[in-house]
Design a protein around this ligand. Structure first.
Ligand code: ZN
Length: 636
C-alpha cells in the first residue's frame, strides 16, 4: 500500500493548547525573528544572517559574520514563515519572504553555488571542509525552506534556486571520476532531498539522498583527509563517531556522537528506507531506536547527555543538571519518530514523538515566544549553573537569541508546521497519532475526506473527531501507552475496540462523530536503576506531560524534599499561564531548625517534617523568573 505524503497545507491545527502558541508564533515571533535576522532587534545578539547574503549578493559591503552555518538560521525562518501563512496570510511576511528569496537568488553564483560563508570569506576552500564546513547542511535547510515555500504559496522561485544548487552538489559529490566520494559532515540535506523528491517526483533528489545515507561510514572520507583530523586527535569527543561516520548505518548498534546530527541522519535514513522499501535499513533504524529510547533518552524526550561535543555518551548516562538535551535534538527525535510511523505505524513511535513535542521541544521556547533554551536541563540550581565549569553550556534562563541560533527558528518552524505530525496515511488508511485539534483534508483513493478534531489534550483525555467523506476509509486512532479506560463512541454508541500496534480501527461513514476518551492519572515514574542519577528518585507524569517543581511555588532546597510514593499525586486546576492542570505531591523535608548555615554534617537521622511540593508541567519552567527547578525528586 502506497504511503501518501500529507501536504503541510492539508492539516490546519485548531487547538486550545497549541493555537495560543502557534498564533503567538505567527503574529509575533515570525516578525520578531525577521527583525533579529536583519539585526534590527535591540537587545538580541546580532544575527547578521541577512547581511551575509546581501554581502554575498554584492548589495552590501562588509565581512562575513557569525558561524559558518549562519545561512541555516534564515533558511529555517523561511520555512517557519511559509507555514505561518497557513494561519495568517500576512502581506508583510509575504514581502519579507520575497525579499529574502530575492537576495538569496542574487547571492547564488553562476554555477549554482550558494553558501555565504565560503562566497565571502573562504572562496578557495569550497567543498574542502566537509567535516565542519556545513555547506551541505545549509543547503539542506534552504531546500526544506524551498519545498515549504512552494507548498504554501505555489511560488517555486526558491525551489528553482535550490534545484540549481542541488545539481551542482550532484556534480561535485559521487563515485564518478573527479568527484568527491563522501557524505555531509552534518547530516540534514538527506531528509531535505527526500522532501524535495516527494514534492517534485524527481528521482535525482532521491538518488543523492540515498547515496549520502548509504555512503556514510565508508572510508576514506573527509575524516582522513582534512586538517580537522589533527584537532580530533586531541579531542576524543570529535572523532568519526561524532559524525555517525564510525561505521556503515547497518553496522551501527548504538546512537553515537552529536545528537542533532544523529537525529537528522536517522530521519533521512528512514525516509530513504521507505522509498527503497528496504527491510534491512528499517531493521538498522529499529536497533538504533531501541538504543536511544530504551537507554539514552531523558523522560522529557531529550537526547544528548554531554555538552562537550553536544553528544550521546554511554547507555544510562543521563545526568540531570549537566545534560545537553538540545532543543534541536528533541525536534530531530520527533522528526525521526514521524518517519518511523510512516514506515511502521506502531504506537511506540508516536508515544516518543508526543513526549518530545510536549516536553523538551516546547520547553525550548518561553510563553512570550521570544526567549529560548538551547539546553534543557532536568534540574537547575541557578548559582551552580552560573559558576561551575561543567555547567557552562546550561543557561539558567531563556535568552532572547544565541550567537549559535539553531534552536529558535527550529522550534518556530516546528510550531508553525505542527500539522504535519498529526497524521500519516497509506492509501485509504489514515493514522491519527496526536489528539491535537485540527481541520484536515485528506486525499484518499475513495475520494477526498475531511476530519475535524476538537481536543482537550493535554489536560483531559478527550477528543471529538467528525468525519466527512466517502466510505472505504479506515481510521486508526492511537491508544496512548498512558491511557486508562480508552474508549470510542461512534454517534453516541460504544465501539468495540480492535487494536493493531496500539491503534483502534474505525471505518467511518460520512457525518460520523467519533468521541475518544481516556483517563490520565498523575503518576510517579521511576527510572531504571542503571541510571545512577535517578536512583532513589521519582518524577511525576500525567498523560504526555512531565512535571517539575519550581522555586516560585516551593521556595529553595528542592533537592531536600522526599516524596511519599504511597500517596498518589493530587491533581489541581490552577489559573497560571491561562489555566493549567497542576500536581501536588506529599512527603517530607528536613527540619531546618537543627541546621545552621555553618554546620555541614550531623549524625543521622536528622529530623524531618511533613511537606508537600507543587508541580507544574516541565515545559512551563522558567516563565516566572530565575529559580531552582527539579524534575527527579527523592522518593520512597
Ligand atoms: Zn539547536
Amino acid at each position: 500500500m502506497q504511503n501518501v505524503e500529507i501536504g503541510v497545507g492539508q492539516v490546519k491545527v485548531n487547538d486550545g493548547f497549541w493555537n495560543r502558541r502557534i498564533q503567538n508564533a505567527v503574529e509575533n515571533v515570525v516578525p520578531y525573528q525577521w527583525r533579529v535576522l536583519n539585526d534590527r532587534e535591540p537587545g538580541a545578539e546580532p544575527s547578521h544572517a541577512m547581511q551575509n547574503y546581501r554581502i554575498a549578493a554584492g548589495l552590501a559591503e562588509g565581512e562575513f559574520q557569525g558561524f559558518q552555518f549562519q545561512d541555516s538560521d534564515l533558511a529555517k525562518w523561511i520555512e517557519a514563515a511559509s507555514y505561518s501563512l497557513i494561519y495568517d496570510d500576512s502581506p508583510e511576511i509575504r514581502a519579507a519572504l520575497r525579499e529574502a528569496i530575492d537576495v538569496i537568488g542574487k547571492a547564488q553564483q553562476p554555477d549554482g553555488y550558494l553558501d555565504t560563508h565560503y562566497i565571502i570569506k573562504k572562496p578557495d576552500r569550497k567543498w574542502k571542509e566537509i567535516a565542519h564546513g556545513h555547506e551541505l547542511y545549509c543547503a539542506g535547510h534552504l531546500l526544506e525552506a524551498a519545498v515549504a515555500y512552494r507548498a504554501v504559496t505555489g511560488d517555486d522561485s526558491l525551489l528553482r534556486i535550490m534545484e540549481k544548487n542541488v545539481d551542482l552538489i550532484r556534480s561535485v559529490f559521487g563515485k564518478g571520476e573527479g568527484q568527491i566520494d563522501s557524505y555531509p559532515g552534518h547530516e540534514e540535506i538527506e531528509l531535505a532531498l527526500m522532501k524535495a523528491f516527494r514534492a517534485t517526483g524527481d528521482r535525482k533528489y532521491y538518488e543523492l539522498a540515498e547515496y549520502f545515507i548509504e555512503n556514510r561510514g565508508s572510508r576514506p572520507a573527509f575524516l582522513e583527509e582534512e586538517r580537522f583530523l589533527e584537532l580530533s586527535g586531541q579531542n576524543r569527543w570529535l572523532e568519526a563517531d561524532y559524525h555517525q561516520a564510525h561505521a556503515k548505518l547497518r553496522d551501527q548498534k548504538t546512537a553515537e556522537g552529536h545528537a542533532v546530527r544523529a537525529m537528522y541522519f536517522y530521519t533521512g535514513a528512514a525516509d530513504v528506507a521507505l522509498e527503497k522499501n528496504d527491510p534491512t535499513l528499517k531493521a538498522a533504524l529499529d536497533t538504533l531506536w531501541k538504543n536511544v529510547t530504551g537507554r539514552r533518552m531523558y523522560v522529557t524526550g531529550g537526547v544528548g547527555s554531554q555538552g562537550d561535543g553536544e553528544r550521546f555518551t554511554i547507555d544510562y548516562d543521563l545526568p540531570n543538571d549537566t545534560c545537553y538535551t538540545e532543543t534541536c535534538a528533541a525536534i530531530g527525535l520527533a522528526m525521526w519518530a514521524l518517519r518511523m510511523l510512516r514506515l511502521d505505524p506502531d504506537v511506540r513511535y508516536a508515544d516518543v514523538m508526543e513526549r518530545a513535542l510536549y516536553n523538551n521541544v516546547l520547553s525550548g521556547i518561553s510563553e512570550d515566544g521570544e526567549h529560548y533554551f538551547y539546553v534543557n536541563p532536568l534540574m537547575l540550581k541557578p548559582d551552580v549553573a552560573k559558576y561551575r565549569r561543567d555547567h557552562e553550556s546550561v543557561e539558567p534562563e531563556r535568552v532572547k537569541w544565541f550567537g549559535c541560533a539553531c534552536c529558535p527558528p527550529n522550534v518556530i518552524r516546528t510550531l508553525c508546521g505542527l500539522g504535519s505530525y498529526v497524521y500519516t496515511q497509506r492509501g485509504g488508511d489514515v493514522w491519527q497519532h496526536l489528539y491535537i485539534g485540527n481541520e484536515a483534508v485528506l486525499h484518499t483513493p475513495a475520494g477526498d475526506a475531511s476530519l475535524s478534531t476538537v481536543s482537550s489534550m493535554p489536560w483531559k483525555g478527550r477528543a471529538q473527531i467528525v468525519y466527512h467523506g466517502p466510505s472505504g476509509v479506515t481510521l486508526h486512532l492511537r491508544v496512548p501507552s498512558y491511557a486508562k479506560d480508552f474508549a470510542i463512541m461512534r454517534n453516541g454508541e460504544p465501539v468495540s475496540l480492535e487494536l493493531e500496534q496500539g491503534y483502534a480501527r474505525v471505518c467511518p461513514a460520512d457525518g460520523d462523530c467519533l468521541e475518544v476518551s481516556f483517563g490520565m492519572d498523575a503518576q510517579f515514574v521511576q527510572a531504571n536503576p542503571r541510571v545512577t542519577e535517578d536512583c532513589g528518585k521519582a518524577c511525576v507524569c500525567r498523560g504526555p506531560l512531565v512535571y517539575c517543581a519550581e522555586e516560585a511555588d516551593n521556595g529553595t532546597l528542592l533537592g531536600d524534599f522526599t516524596a511519599d510514593l504511597a500517596e498518589p499525586p493530587r491533581v489541581e486546576e490552577r489559573e497560571l499561564f491561562g489555566g493549567i492542570t497542576g500536581v501536588t505531591v506529599s512527603g517530607t523535608r528536613s527540619d531546618m531548625a537543627g541546621w545552621d548555615e555553618d554546620t555541614l554534617y550531623r549524625t543521622a537521622p536528622a529530623a524531618r517534617v511533613p511537606a508537600s511540593l507543587r508541580l507544574i508541567p516541565y515545559f512551563l519552567w522558567n516563565n516566572r523568573g530565575l529559580g531552582e527547578m527539579l524534575v527527579w525528586m527523592n522518593a520512597r
